[in-house]
Design a protein around this ligand. Structure first.
Ligand code: GLC
Length: 393
């Protein structure tokens, strides 16, 4: 496929199938004992929860059974109440005193294991009951034990739980407006403010009571993906209820879902790409189509290697700055899945082309410039291999 890049240059974008060998090589190189893929060998040597779920999808796509092992290990640190820590160190943790645990973190990340399990099953990989039960317990923990916002959304206890660490939706909590050193200190203080149950699992944070649209969409979507695999109708019903609460947070003027909680009237309205993830679970197909059209529109989020992580008209849009504007392969992948669900074939093809172009131009980086594909963060980053999964059909 030949296309014109945002910088005006013509380039050739390999088909997703042609990227499979490269994707496999990236994952092979990052494979670590006892059985997980490091996001990046130097910058991110440990196991991260949502990264591993995406890696499992790629492993399955390239026909390798290691995805199952990776998923099992991502859930290995699960507590009896279902809580899943977002980092597993698999060696001596340099952050044990920070987290108050010897080998894991003590917050979570988006529960992408529902989708990963469903995707593995769709590709014919058998998952044992024990693993499926762990996935189920992980989702029920979030749905049952986490504090809710007044509008019924599941709260985060820390910005890191969203996966979108420095995103502008959290600026409400950065005194004086976003500034990196201040935000670094705030993130540390927010860990200390988390309230936990007697076994140490996080339940609420009075200093950060946000019902994030993106995170809640992923909870509802993953619960819906998993429910049929474990024949849990109650889980499906809970996911439906959460999707309805989320749809009440829609703002038609901004064309985004707004976060619930104290930031509702402030930074919770900034148009970020992760806030469009309710396309994965909304019961309003017209809304999903409208949002997906914006995601690929270069007057909104779109770009040759996009979509951008923040709407281009937002004053905070900074395409070279971590979580404040670059394109992220895992978010593009999720919108691509959403486009399939919404029957938006043209948008799905466009998202796929953007991801493939960006992955190739950036050297499969952690994130990249939505127009030029200039790399940002670590490279190669294992989740960029998702570009090989995004076939436009
Ligand atoms: C960064 C990202 C987070 C990711 C981690 C490992 O912290 O913000 O989403 O899980 O890196 O790739």
């Amino acid at each position: 496929m030949t296309a014109t890049g945002g910088d005006g240059s013509a380039d050739t974008v390999p088909a997703a199938t042609e990227l499979a060998a490269r994707a496999r090589r990236i994952l092979e190189d990052a494979w670590r004992a006892p059985g997980y893929t490091a996001p990046n060998a130097a910058t991110y040597p440990w196991q991260w929860l949502w990264d591993s779920c995406f890696h499992a999808v790629v492993w399955a796509h390239v026909g390798d059974e290691r995805g199952r092992l990776e998923l099992e290990h991502a859930l290995a640190g699960q507590a009896d109440d279902g809580f899943v820590p977002h980092i597993t160190y698999w060696s001596e943790s340099p952050h044990a005193s920070f987290w108050g645990r010897p080998a894991h973190s003590s917050i979570t990340q988006p529960p992408m294991f529902g989708h990963a399990a469903a995707e593995l099953a769709r590709r014919g990989l058998l998952l044992d009951d024990h693993l499926l039960e762990r996935c189920r317990a992980g989702l029920w923990h979030l749905l049952r034990d986490r504090a809710r916002t007044p509008g019924g959304l599941v709260t985060l206890v820390h910005p890191w739980e969203s996966g979108a660490d420095d995103g502008p939706r959290w600026d409400h909590w950065c005194p004086g407006g976003f500034d990196l050193p201040t935000w670094y200190d705030v993130k540390g203080e927010l860990v200390a403010a988390i309230e936990r149950n007697p076994s140490g699992s996080p339940e609420r944070n009075p200093a950060f009571e946000v019902g994030a649209a993106g995170f809640n969409a992923l909870v509802a979507f993953n619960a819906r993906e998993l429910a049929p695999l474990v024949a849990d109708d109650e889980l499906a019903a809970e996911a439906d209820a959460l999707a309805r609460s989320l749809d009440r947070c829609w703002d038609g003027d901004l064309e985004t879902w707004v976060d619930d909680g104290p930031s509702r009237a402030t930074s919770g309205r900034v148009r970020t790409l992760d806030a469009l993830l309710p396309v994965l679970c909304t019961d309003d197909p017209a809304r999903a189509r409208r949002v997906l059209a914006r995601a690929v529109d270069d007057g909104a989020y779109g770009g040759a290697c996009g979509p951008a992580g923040v709407h281009r008209d937002e004053p905070v849009y900074a395409p070279d700055t971590y979580w404040r504007g670059p394109a992220w392969p895992q978010l593009t992948y999720l919108l691509w899945v959403g486009a399939g669900r919404a029957g938006c074939a043209a948008e799905r093809a466009a998202l796929s082309a953007m991801a493939r172009r960006g992955a190739v131009r950036s050297g499969f980086a952690e994130h990249w410039h939505p127009d030029t594909g200039a790399p940002g963060g670590a490279a190669p980053q294992s989740w960029a291999a998702l570009a090989a999964v995004m076939d436009s059909v």
